[in-house]
Design a protein around this ligand. Structure first.
Ligand code: GRF
Length: 204
């Protein structure tokens, strides 16, 4: 049995993906421990959940005028102190720099609510609707210095219905996100995901 992943989860908002990951761990479906939950937004719903459930958490807002590197140093200090080995971005609304990423090579993952490389960036569900896409979904990928450009690990698809609004499509995609993130993390825990350069190999 491989050792459990030591997760550091970064979020900016409600944290439903973080909650789904936490529940997978609690149910014994994901071999991981949440070492710390960090938010750049002190009011994030995800922090309130962490508090209620006794999970280590901290808010680290970026101070006006502070350089990105100085800000990331603060994040890294807390993550390293918590002995995190895998970083999970779960609605963290900031780009991480190469400086940050070199501290966790191939160990930073993100989830995005579209079938990347389609519709990167903000409002992905709205982009899909406006483009008239017949399907969309979600993607978990390794993070690189770009915005939603890193090597794709896995995706789940949903049909776009003619009656869909941004809200209804987002809700259906979110359900799939909650399944996908834990599945991918469990495969990572089992050593079934290998990354060579930009190539990702996922074993069943
Ligand atoms: C999700 O749709 C995720 O794909 C995107 O941000 C949203 C975060 O939602 N990166 P939540 O905070 O996990 O509920």
């Amino acid at each position: 049995m491989t050792p459990p992943l030591q997760l550091g989860i970064l979020l900016s908002g409600r944290g439903s993906n973080m909650q789904a990951i936490h529940q997978s761990i609690t149910k014994g479906k994901l071999h991981a421990q949440i070492k710390i939950i960090l938010s750049d937004q002190p009011q994030a719903g995800g922090l309130a959940y962490a508090k209620t459930h006794g999970l280590a958490h901290q808010s680290i807002p970026k101070i006006k005028g502070e350089s990105l590197e100085d800000y990331e140093k603060k994040l890294l200090q807390v993550l390293q102190k918590a002995q995190v080995d895998t970083i999970v971005l779960a609605g963290f609304m900031r780009l991480l720099s190469p400086y940050f990423l070199k501290h966790y090579p191939d160990r930073v993952l993100n989830i995005h609510p579209s079938l990347l490389p389609n519709f990167p960036g903000l409002a992905a569900q709205k982009q899909a609707l406006e483009a008239g896409a017949s399907e969309s979904g979600c993607t978990v990928h390794f993070v690189d210095e770009g915005c939603d450009t890193g090597p794709i690990i896995d995706q789940r698809r949903v049909s776009v219905l003619s009656t869909d609004t941004v809200e209804s499509l987002s809700e259906r995609i979110l359900k799939e996100e909650h399944v996908l993130y834990s599945q991918v993390l469990e495969k990572l825990a089992q050593g079934k995901i290998q990354k060579k350069g930009k190539q990702v190999l996922v074993k069943d």
